[in-house]
Design a protein. Structure first.
Length: 282
């Protein structure tokens, strides 16, 4: 069993509680919530009160939906000390908020060693960048331990933690049961490994699979000098091994669809459900 969900900001824009009902109507059981991307909501550190968290918890309960992950996708490798301190405070606030809102996980990507959060392969993939990220992530994980929340990092080729081996190093060096992985197979791909995508994905499952706490599902296309992300069923992805891994090793795991459109979300959900059905009918 896989609990399929969707990024909340990919759903048709409606008043919040109506939008939750739309998620349910489209056949999903959980959401990926980024507060800064919901009209009328805020992710401001000082606004993340218990009342705000309880409102979300109760609204989700009424809609029979889980908040699979609370997104806080900021740059923990920002070289500006003042801005870095603000970013870490925002993570602490999101962790505290998640603990009250009934969400067990705060998700993050792994940044770039510059203030613009821009990709520079030599800098992002350097050992120095990894050291900076680990140093700045460590207190965030320590905060998560205090609140009983998981911090999950999402490896992305164009960020500091760009492959499974690098992710394994972060997990092992920090050594916390509250640090886990959001596994987004497409995010591990780029133009120089696209033709080996099944190998890249299988290697990731082997290296970091035991620490995967959530899955992101989307599709991809090679377009010139970049990999374009699209909704499931609209690209080149073969989900067979991903779904087999989840079904055999991660019962009831949350798996949220990404890069869907309101008019195609159900089609993307059915794409994944067909892979699940094929697994059981093999």
């Amino acid at each position: 069993m896989i609990q399929l969900g969707i990024r909340f900001h990919d759903v048709k824009e409606l008043p919040f509680e109506e939008r939750l009902q739309e998620v349910k109507r489209q056949g999903f059981s959980c959401i990926h919530l980024a507060l800064s991307k919901v009209p009328g909501f805020t992710a401001d550190t000082n606004a993340l009160t218990p009342g705000y968290a309880m409102y979300l918890r109760n609204a989700l309960r009424k809609a029979d939906l889980d908040m699979a992950v609370l997104g806080c996708y900021l740059n923990l490798a920002n070289p500006n000390a003042e801005k870095l301190a603000e970013i870490q405070e925002k993570y602490y606030a999101h962790i505290r908020f998640a603990s009250i809102a009934g969400c067990g996980m705060v998700g993050t990507e792994t940044g770039a060693p510059n203030e613009g959060y821009t990709y520079d392969k030599e800098a992002c993939h350097s050992k120095e960048a990894l050291e900076i990220f680990i140093t700045n992530l460590r207190p965030v994980v320590e905060c998560a331990e205090k609140f009983g929340v998981i911090v999950a990092i999402e490896p992305v080729y164009r960020h500091i933690v760009y492959d499974a081996k690098r992710a394994r190093e972060v997990l092992d060096r920090i050594g916390s049961p509250n640090l886990k992985i959001i596994f987004d197979p497409v995010n591990l791909l780029w133009t120089d490994n696209y033709d080996r995508r099944m190998e890249v994905i299988d290697e990731a499952i082997d290296i970091i699979g035991k620490d995967v706490a959530m899955i992101h599902l989307k599709d991809c296309l090679l377009e010139g000098d970049k990999v374009k992300s699209v909704g499931c069923g609209f690209g080149d992805m073969d989900y067979t091994n991903i779904i087999r891994f989840a079904l055999e090793n991660k019962p009831f795991i949350h798996a949220t669809l990404e890069d869907t459109k309101p008019e195609t979300a159900v089609e993307s959900r059915k794409c994944i459900e067909s892979v699940i059905e094929n697994y059981y009918n093999k």
